[in-house]
Design a protein around this ligand. Sequence first.
Ligand SMILES: *[C@@H]1O[C@H](CO)[C@@H](O)[C@H](O)[C@H]1NC(C)=O
Ligand SMILES: *[C@@H]1O[C@H](CO)[C@@H](O)[C@H](O)[C@H]1NC(C)=O
Ligand SMILES: *[C@@H]1O[C@H](CO)[C@@H](O)[C@H](O)[C@H]1NC(C)=O
Ligand SMILES: *[C@@H]1O[C@H](CO)[C@@H](O)[C@H](O)[C@H]1NC(C)=O
Length: 404
Amino acid sequence: MHLSQSFAALVTLALTVAATPVVQDTPKITLPFAKHINATGTLNLLAQDQARAKFFKSRSKGQHLAERAGSIPVTNTAVSYTAAVGVGSPATTYNLIVDTGSSNTWVGAGTKYVTTSTSKKSGGSVSVSYGSGSFSGTEYTDQVTLGSLVIPNQSIGVASRSSGFSGVDGILGIGPVDLTEGTVSGLSTVPTVTDNLFKQGTISTEVVAVSFEPTTQETVTNGELTFGGTDSSKFTGSITYTSLTKTSPASDYWGINESITYGSTTILSTTAGIVDTGTTLTLIASDALSKYQKATGATLDNNTGLLRLTTSQFNSLQNLNFNIGGTTFTLTPNAQIWPRSLNTLIGGDSSHVYLIVGDLGSNSGEGLDFINGQTFLERFYSVFDTTNKRLGLATTPFTTATTN
Ligand SMILES: *[C@@H]1O[C@H](CO)[C@@H](O)[C@H](O)[C@H]1NC(C)=O
Ligand SMILES: *[C@@H]1O[C@H](CO)[C@@H](O)[C@H](O)[C@H]1NC(C)=O
Ligand SMILES: *[C@@H]1O[C@H](CO)[C@@H](O)[C@H](O)[C@H]1NC(C)=O
Ligand SMILES: *[C@@H]1O[C@H](CO)[C@@H](O)[C@H](O)[C@H]1NC(C)=O
């Protein structure tokens, strides 16, 4: 199946739906997006997530300035959530990774940039290094189209060289704007698409909400990105908001405080970490993972790097509770495992049960002790609220689904 075809169909559908008047407190734009698992690339799923985690932490740790400038984290391209983003007029469509952990938007890794009358070379060079891979090129301003929404003057990177990005065209960076510092010559920071939507008055509050759903398919369009508000059809109950953490380096990203318990066992005492759409697994500090491993009886699987359970261990698995902002967000036993029908895609065995909570690669106490990644976000609706400096989470119709 051609992704672009299904995108086109869904964007059309979204436009049709948008034509029906709906009463809302804020204008908002929703953009469907797809999950794609690259079978070749997923063998090193954990390694890619760990490289990203390491990069998140090192960026603020006083590496050489030269190295820090222009550095944003690596994205796990083995499992990517991509949105179809239009650039130019007439627009060329690019499939961009939706990334809350970085903030530059750029194209050209796959489909080449097509200049049109709306393309303006800004004169700046852009260079971004990743934990693994990089891109460099020229910064342009161009018209960017997100579903039915048009941003007339968006600063975007155009890669003349990139590595580590296969099967995607670049990144839609919706992290904090400060992460763009030093990435483009002549600009202190580069406004994100969300910044521009807000500045241009298209959305009245600077909020992006993300809906993921668990899936057992290799490729599926089931995500939804909403700018300027939330989509109440995608969550149940109310949204719990929590202040962004003040603890560095988590505070450079969408960072929050949380604690984790397994049944009644404390796995991680209250500490800072991040919520990130660009990480696939849910990573916790090594010492916390040891406690989780002991409590579940899991063994470390050599092929995948993930914890593995026997069927009887899975049958007695307890809830894993994330305590955030005074509310408990529970990953049920089924939500703690990788979809079994996709085991072989990550180098696993179809008869085994693998846990989606993996090793961050460093011990707790370093200011970024967990990453709630896609596997967490497929169970909870998330709201990235720049205006109120807070992060929201809510349950969804899929929170307790037993699809895995
Ligand atoms: C267009 O965007 C650039 C870079 O963000 C900015 O410097 C410039 O002022 C913008 N121009 C207009 C007309 O909005
Ligand atoms: C999958 O990943 C491999 C290795 O990273 C890459 O060579 C290939 O082009 C990717 N395929 C798709 C469809 O993304
Ligand atoms: C998060 O935890 C840190 C360390 O315990 C604490 O100083 C801070 O007040 C907490 N809350 C926020 C919003 O940072
Ligand atoms: C895992 O790999 C190590 C080192 O290669 C080896 O010693 C060990 O026996 C392997 N364990 C399993 C369960 O295969």
